[in-house]
Design a protein around this ligand. Structure first.
Ligand SMILES: NC(=O)c1ccc[n+]([C@@H]2O[C@H](COP(=O)([O-])OP(=O)(O)OC[C@H]3O[C@@H](n4cnc5c(N)ncnc54)[C@H](O)[C@@H]3O)[C@@H](O)[C@H]2O)c1
Length: 259
């Protein structure tokens, strides 16, 4: 059964590791996917899922700009006629760990611009596009285990992801009370080995091997979360299987936070 047949999904940060894994999963379940990113996305990585229907659309999106979101939704609607799912996946983490008092305001503002303003503006654009759609819609935000607890030397990132967690609930509640058939949920991954994490952990642990070993040992299951594990959770929350789930947090961390 293909849960996303005839559905269209827009994924911000779609050129990144997690964005592509999410896009591949949705495409393999039948979705038309749109990859929005500042960087150019290699849509060829989705070929295995695209036999017989239009290729994915890769477009330039700066999530910090309302006009860029508006253009992305317009282009998506022109090409595919609708948007059923927005995945607010674009995000940044500073490469350099810093003590709280050493975080520069420019870094703080950049992290908040992408991780918080980006999700806020994307959610607004999606609600405007989906609120009158006969088939409704869904929004899935990328939080992090850092949404729940302090994370080492990542004050801006953790604070921004905690905001994403609450913003998810604000948007979910508002949409439901307005009578829109739109659900808003968040997934919260532990460490997934993507360039974002590699840059940070190799710096922290000195080598790739040491970083992977340390990240794996952080959770009771003793292995890293894979981007595909996150993609499966996004695909669930965005689908009709989750039709009564809104404002929820789905933690994908191998049990890290239950310790
Ligand atoms: N990798 C992990 O361990 C992990 C854990 C928890 C949460 N997350 C979250 O998952 C999401 C994806 O992370 P990733 O690991 O794939 O990182 P990544 O660095 O591989 O991908 C992030 C993407 O966001 C894009 N981006 C950055 N600024 C942008 C902007 N202004 N407009 C549009 N696109 C922009 C980048 O170009 C990049 O392609 C992020 O929100 C991240 O915080 C990642």
């Amino acid at each position: 059964m293909k849960r996303y047949e005839n559905k269209v999904a827009l994924i911000s940060g779609g050129a990144g590791a997690m964005g592509l894994a999410i896009a591949r999963r949705l495409a393999c379940e039948g979705a038309q996917v749109v990859l929005g990113d500042l960087a150019s996305a290699d849509a060829g990585k989705l070929d295995e899922c695209f036999a017989g229907w239009p290729a994915p659309l890769a477009l330039t999106l700066d999530v910090t700009q309302a006009a860029s979101w508006q253009a992305a939704f317009e282009q998506t609607q022109q090409r595919f006629g609708r948007v059923d799912l927005l995945v607010n996946n674009a995000g940044v983490l500073s490469d350099t760990p810093r003590a709280f008092e050493d975080v520069e305001i420019a870094e703080w503002r950049h992290v908040f611009a992408v991780n918080v303003d980006g999700v806020f503006l994307g959610t607004q654009a999606a609600l405007r596009a989906m609120r009158r759609a006969a088939a409704g819609g869904a929004i899935v935000n990328l939080g992090s285990v850092a949404s729940f607890v302090g994370s080492k030397d990542s004050a801006a990132y953790g604070s921004s992801k905690a905001t994403v967690r609450n913003m998810t609930k604000q948007a979910a509640l508002s949409a439901a009370r307005m009578g829109y058939d739109v659900r808003v949920n968040a997934v919260h991954p532990g460490f997934v080995w993507t360039p974002l994490v590699e840059r940070r952990l190799v710096h922290q642990f000195g080598s790739r091997e040491a970083a992977i070993a340390a990240a794996s040992a952080m959770n009771p299951r003793g292995r890293l979360v894979q981007a595909d594990d996150v993609a499966a959770a996004v695909a669930f929350l965005g689908s009709d299987d989750a039709r009564m789930i809104t404002g929820a947090d789905l933690i994908i961390d191998g049990g890290r936070l239950i310790q």
